[in-house]
Ligand binder design. Structure first.
Ligand code: FCB
Length: 484
């Protein structure tokens, strides 16, 4: 009879598990300490392009170059956030945000990239920080979200090693001036995007076709030059981490905010999961892997061959200066993979032509990315703290006659993504915060104002802000601290 198998006492006790399997995912809470936040960046919302002593950035130049922006728009005014920041902070509060990730425009602080700081630029971020804290919103600042001072671009930009010192000096200055109020700094946003898309352009296969993406400064460098740009980016990050530690108040925390390339196992069986983990490590060789391991992988250097970056051992030490947390922007799987008997032990599976997508050209749907990305950041690099620094989608939002925006697709996207994030948290992955991209519709780079990513709708003629249904969804998630 059944007693032969050891009886009930030998069975694992269901009562003792904190997350019984029978409990629906939607009922599971996130850690109490997790920050529910929203995100933006300077060029995409601030406007005031030529005010209060701000210098020109490469995005001012690029957006004003005919043919570069789909709707021929630019960020001269954008959301006019520079003048409306108080209203925007009040709005964030009303939609339940407990944290706000914004970026600092380097050319507002150092109009020429280096040299004399501009007090009025600093004052803006100082006032913004005060306003956030008074509203009970924790400020998280990104130091570089792509708006490089044009003067530095004219001196070689990211191709020149001098930029690493310029960036570290600027980072140290910001930490010195604002770490009494800003406790978390992200060094650089999306290394892969600004380096590869800005200095070469990339092609993506979506829906059976190919989409090309370019960003400022819109260069088409040779492979060896691109390798060096990437190297300077991670070196600048490491030097900035050291500068923040040297100049910031004790306890100031910092780390990168990278759009990690993410391999998702097509089938969740141990061999495929292992394959996807190995693929993720290789795909991030030029960025997260070198920052967190202190060396370029053999496969990366072999594949680059003569075009590999030129670097010293000292560079690698600086690049891998320990960080307090790892920030990752997650929108979609980069690839699905399966294990393979042939080296390197995995193979990419092409997305089917009918794979569902969200509104942006590049945005294939794959909520599992928000499980596997933090999961692999923990398993590969043992990250102690992880922030989801961006997640969200664009939609073809319209104001309905009753004044609402019924963005059903965005809520579907967020609910499915957050369910996967909760799964990671339930596995013990240390996720400390989630920043929804974006707090409000804004200038979406080369796509102009046509790709609305906000949970708040913006009428760009009147600057009127209207929370969409997804803003109410977000507020409910934050209040209940679970997927709703
Ligand atoms: C990310 C960028 C962010 C925004 C979103 C949609 O790549 O960091 O500025 O454009 O995509």
């Amino acid at each position: 009879m059944v007693a032969a198998s050891g009886g009930a006492a030998a069975q694992p006790s269901r009562q003792n598990t904190t997350q019984p399997e029978s409990q629906p995912a939607a009922a599971r809470e996130f850690p109490r300490s997790l920050y529910w936040g929203v995100a933006t960046s300077s060029y995409q919302i601030e406007g005031a392009a030529n005010e209060d002593g701000k210098g020109k950035s490469i995005w001012d130049t690029y957006a004003h170059t005919p043919g570069k922006i789909r709707d021929s728009s630019n960020g001269d005014i954008a959301n006019d956030h520079y003048h409306r920041y108080k209203e925007d902070v009040a709005l964030m509060r009303s939609i339940g945000a407990k944290a706000y990730r914004f970026s600092i425009a380097w050319p507002r602080i150092f109009p020429d990239g280096t040299g004399q700081p501009n007090p009025k630029g600093l004052d803006f971020y100082s006032r913004l920080s005060d306003e956030l804290l008074a509203a009970g919103i924790e400020p998280f600042a990104t130091l570089y979200h792509w708006d490089l001072p044009q003067t530095l671009q004219d001196k070689g930009g990211w191709q020149s090693r001098d930029i690493t010192k310029a960036f570290a000096d600027y980072a140290g200055y910001m930490a010195e001036k604002l770490s009494d109020r800003i406790r978390h700094f992200f060094t650089i946003n999306e290394f892969y995007s600004f380096a590869d898309m800005g200095h070469h352009g990339i092609e993506m296969k979506v829906g059976g076709g190919t989409t090309r993406i370019e960003l400022a400064p819109g260069l088409k460098l040779a492979p060896a030059e691109l390798s060096q740009v990437r190297h300077h980016a991670v070196l600048a990050h490491g030097m900035a981490v050291q500068a923040i530690r040297a100049k910031g108040k004790n306890g100031t925390q910092c780390g990168p905010a990278e759009n990690i390339s993410i391999a998702v196992p097509l089938i969740e069986a141990p061999a495929h999961i292992k394959a996807a983990e190995a693929a993720t490590r290789e795909m991030n060789a030029a960025y997260l892997t070198v920052m967190l391991e202190g060396k370029y992988t053999d496969a990366y250097l072999r594949a680059a061959s003569r075009d590999a970056p030129k670097f010293t051992d000292e560079d690698l030490k600086i690049i891998s200066t320990p960080v307090d947390f790892v920030g990752i922007n997650v929108y979609r799987p980069t690839v699905y993979v399966l294990a393979s008997d042939r080296p390197p032990g995995y193979r990419d599976v092409p997305f089917s032509a009918s794979h569902p997508k969200m509104f942006s050209d590049w945005h294939l749907l794959g909520p599992e990315a928000l499980y596997w990305a933090p999961k692999f950041v923990q398993s590969l690099w043992n990250a102690k703290e992880i922030y989801i620094t961006e997640n969200g989608c664009a939609a073809d939002d319209k104001l309905a006659e009753d004044g609402n925006v019924y963005d059903t697709d965005r809520i579907m996207f967020l609910r499915n993504n957050l369910t996967q994030l909760q799964r990671a948290v339930a596995d013990g992955v240390p996720v400390n915060g989630y920043f929804l991209w974006s707090m409000m519709d804004n200038f979406e780079w080369s796509a102009g104002f046509g790709n609305r990513f906000g949970i708040v709708y913006v009428d760009f003629d009147t600057q009127k802000r209207t929370p969409k249904q997804s803003a109410f969804f977000f507020r409910e998630v934050a209040v209940q601290n679970r997927v709703v």
